[in-house]
Design a protein around this ligand. Structure first.
Ligand code: BES
Ligand code: MN
Ligand code: MN
Length: 462
């Protein structure tokens, strides 16, 4: 029977080319101008799942972009793995900062990826990582080595909050019944330091609008005499952190889990170079909450960040004006136990309360989700750990991530199953950024490791 290494060697070029074809379709979920491309991508994913050996594959319509669902049930008495991924991508802008067009994939070598990396929007997040599962499935069915049942649920709205997937999951408990959920939509520490993600942060995303006078005003005639919404909003936002970079929203930290000194010491053992970190970002210092390390700040601590801010005149040259309105988009990354809806309420109440007289404030929640942690003594974690041990030759390190996949906690709540996050991306892969890429090594390593997860999970379930 053929093993996975020789199968990859034989089919490597095709695996890469198939991914490149998928990356050419601009499946930007946030922008309705791409609606047809999103649908075309769903149809392409359906065909690929059929070719990979699924028995039934369907496109499930939703109120938004469709979900692609496929399965192969070989024996009801065997365990079932539910694979989740997303075929939608982030908008590509700012386009002018890309070295090559975002939907014309190219392979280039980099310092971190000497074997080459595929540059395109979605290469890592998440088409490339999702497609590793399709190719792993192809290997297992083509060589008669699928050890258990498998279900695929690939959605098209992850980057916009998965609202319709939540409805779908709630309505389809039986269809989606599984023993473990497997996702590759996160990262690992380095190509020679494999890690498995054991935690995700929650998220509350809000938009604020500060209104002053009922129209834009001449900044000479009125300046100094009325509240300037942009000045005021800047001051309000600045007050959301104190001198230690703690968030000042009352009640914000009430439910935050404080890790024990032992756990923090464990975390600190993961290899990390502050110098390399600063160098990669071209910054002379890191910045953040007092008394926490960089890796703690970006994983086990909650944050509040402005993601976008606008108002007034931003065109060429100068225009003397006091705008009527100022806006900002603010995200709060949350840690397990913080409830995103509660935090959204706390933020709203606080932000409204600090508005000075002379302006009105509107806070509109966008979307959110709970954080997630998974234990490392589960069968699923052990199976993943064994799989990485075999393919990387070293035991993977458990690591909590700072990113969010809100649907994961909903899976646990609705389907009562744990998720294993086998991500093969690197933080330097520039997801959501210009020049997003995914290492060819990482892509093929993922395809190699996934079938071993199936094997170990099935064995350990006996
Ligand atoms: N795949 C990412 C999340 C991620 C990336 C987690 C790397 C851990 C490591 C996902 O597609 C994403 O971007 N999620 C959003 C939240 C979503 C509600 C828009 C995020 O984290 O900003
Ligand atoms: Mn993703
Ligand atoms: Mn993303």
């Amino acid at each position: 029977m053929q093993n996975i290494q020789s199968y990859i060697k034989e089919h490597k070029d095709r695996f890469i080319n198939e991914l490149i074809e998928l990356l050419k379709i601009p499946s930007v979920s946030a922008d309705s101008a791409y609606k047809n491309d999103v649908l075309t991508t769903a149809q392409a994913v359906k065909v690929r799942l059929e070719q990979a050996g699924c028995d039934t594959v369907e496109i499930c319509p939703t109120q938004g972009h469709p979900i692609v669902y496929g399965e192969k049930i070989i024996d009801k008495n065997l365990p079932t793995i539910l694979v989740y991924g997303h075929y939608d991508v982030q908008p590509p802008d700012p386009i002018n900062l890309w070295d090559s067009p975002p939907f014309e994939p190219v392979i280039k070598k980099t310092d971190i990826h000497p074997e080459g990396a595929i540059f395109a929007r979605g290469a890592c997040d998440d088409k490339g990582q999702m497609y590793m599962h399709v190719k792993a499935m192809e290997f297992m069915t083509a060589t008669n080595q699928l050890p258990c049942n498998v279900k695929f649920m690939i959605e098209g709205e992850e980057e916009i909050g998965s609202a319709n997937l939540a409805t779908f999951v709630k309505a389809n408990h039986d269809k989606l019944k599984n023993d473990v959920i497997l996702i590759s939509d996160t990262g690992m520490i380095a190509n020679n330091v494999p890690s498995i993600t054991t935690g995700l942060r929650g998220l509350s995303y809000v938009e604020v609008e500060v209104t002053g006078p009922n129209r834009d005003l001449h900044s000479g005639l009125y300046g100094g005499a009325v509240a300037n919404p942009i000045n005021v909003m800047a001051k309000m936002i600045a007050s959301l952190h104190d001198e230690n970079n703690h968030i000042t929203v009352p009640g914000f930290y009430d439910k935050v889990e404080e890790l024990s000194a032992i756990e923090r010491a464990e975390m600190a053992k993961a290899p990390f170079s502050l110098d390399a970190y600063k160098k990669a970002l071209n910054i002379d210092a890191v910045y953040g909450e007092a008394d926490y390390t960089t890796n703690e700040r970006n994983s086990i601590r909650p944050t509040l960040d402005v993601n976008g801010i606008w108002g007034g005149y931003t065109g060429e040259g100068a225009k003397t004006v006091i705008a009527s309105k100022a806006y900002a988009k603010i995200s709060m990354r949350l840690v397990p136990h913080q409830d995103w809806e509660e935090i959204t309420e706390l933020f709203k109440t606080h932000f409204e309360s600090i508005a000075p007289k002379g302006v009105t404030v509107k806070v509109s929640p966008h979307h959110g989700g709970q954080g997630y942690v998974t234990p490392i003594d589960s069968i699923g974690y052990q199976a993943a750990s064994n799989a990485y041990q075999d393919t990387f030759g070293t035991k993977p390190i458990p690591q909590r991530s700072g990113g969010s996949i809100p649907i994961v906690s909903l899976f646990e709540q609705e389907l009562k199953s744990k998720t294993i996050l086998m991500g093969f991306g690197l933080d330097s892969d520039a997801i959501h950024s210009p020049n997003e890429h995914f290492g060819v090594f990482n892509y093929l390593k993922g395809i190699e490791t996934i079938p071993l997860f199936y094997k170990y999970f099935t064995e350990l379930s006996k």
